[in-house]
Design a protein around this ligand. Structure first.
Ligand code: HEM
Length: 241
């Protein structure tokens, strides 16, 4: 904490932390999102309509510039993190001094684990209802939820996660229709298995069908734009050297 600069080794370890803490959590959340969306067919048309409006208005796939124009997509992602937090016990803490909470004595040095699902259950019902966040005008991914932890050690990747998931989900539903590959209308088992992250117990097999030839063109166009942006970035970086 008192050092001015990080060593190369510390930077490498931090990058490893970000990769380990950022990939599984985001992937598991997106997997749960597919399960919820496939199991209740009312959500997919709304996600598609929101993404399609952006495609129609701008002639491109959704990007971060569309953050404010994707309220339902944001509400769906937030509702998934509320009902299926993929790291439901956060990371353990240790108390610095004796304390008393709700009449319970907690000694100094005790390991404390908080229960995100328990906290959410005490406040909200168990129904998957993204509209609750639209009704409450509460789309901030951490407003009223603790899916990314709490306090000074809360997830430092929360804003990156919220944004990358938004772009991914919006682009996904702009491009494809998803259904259970085990049969149309067959529900995916919601049972979970606890590991590094909480995942569906059953292997989730999703069938994705391209929504139309136009989105294929858009994907190709987007890849070209992003490729040229990378080239520009490389050129700017080179010129600055
Ligand atoms: C949906 C995606 C994610 C979820 C649900 C999630 C959730 C969490 C939770 C619950 C914690 C424990 C916080 C606490 O104990 O208060 C945590 C810690 C952490 N997360 Fe995330 N996370 C996600 C994505 C990411 C991403 C994208 C990154 C980085 C690129 C990241 C980096 C970290 C790191 C480094 C920690 C440890 C922080 C510390 O101990 O000080 N996470 N995350």
């Amino acid at each position: 904490m008192d050092q001015d600069e990080l060593s190369m080794n510390e930077i490498k370890l931090l990058m490893m932390d970000f990769l380990f803490a950022g990939i599984d959590t985001t992937a598991a959340t997106l997997l749960w999102l597919l399960v919820y969306v496939i199991n209740d067919p009312t959500h997919q048309p709304r996600l598609q309509a929101e993404a399609a409006a952006i495609v129609a208005a701008h002639g491109r796939l959704p990007t971060l510039d569309d953050f404010d124009d994707l309220p339902y997509t944001r509400a769906v992602i937030k509702e998934v993190t509320r009902l299926s937090p993929v790291a439901p016990l956060g990371l353990p803490r240790q108390t610095l001094e004796d304390d008393t909470l709700a009449g319970y004595h907690i000694p100094k040095g005790a390991q404390v684990i908080y229960n995100i699902i328990g906290i959410h259950d005490g406040v909200y019902d168990a129904e998957f209802r993204p509209d609750r966040w639209l009704d409450a005008k509460s789309l901030g991914i951490m407003d009223g939820t603790t899916s990314f932890g709490a306090g000074r050690r809360l997830c430092p990747g929360v804003h990156l996660a919220a944004r990358e998931m938004l772009v991914l989900v919006a682009r996904l539903f702009a491009c494809v229709c998803v259904e259970n590959a085990m049969g149309d209308g067959v529900k995916i088992d919601m049972a979970a298995t606890f590991g590094l992250t909480v995942l569906p117990k059953e292997t989730v097999l999703v069938k994705a069908t391209v929504r139309g030839p136009r989105v294929r063109d858009l994907v190709v166009k987007m890849e070209k734009v992003e490729e040229s942006e990378r080239t520009v970035d490389a050129w700017v970086a080179q010129s600055a050297e």
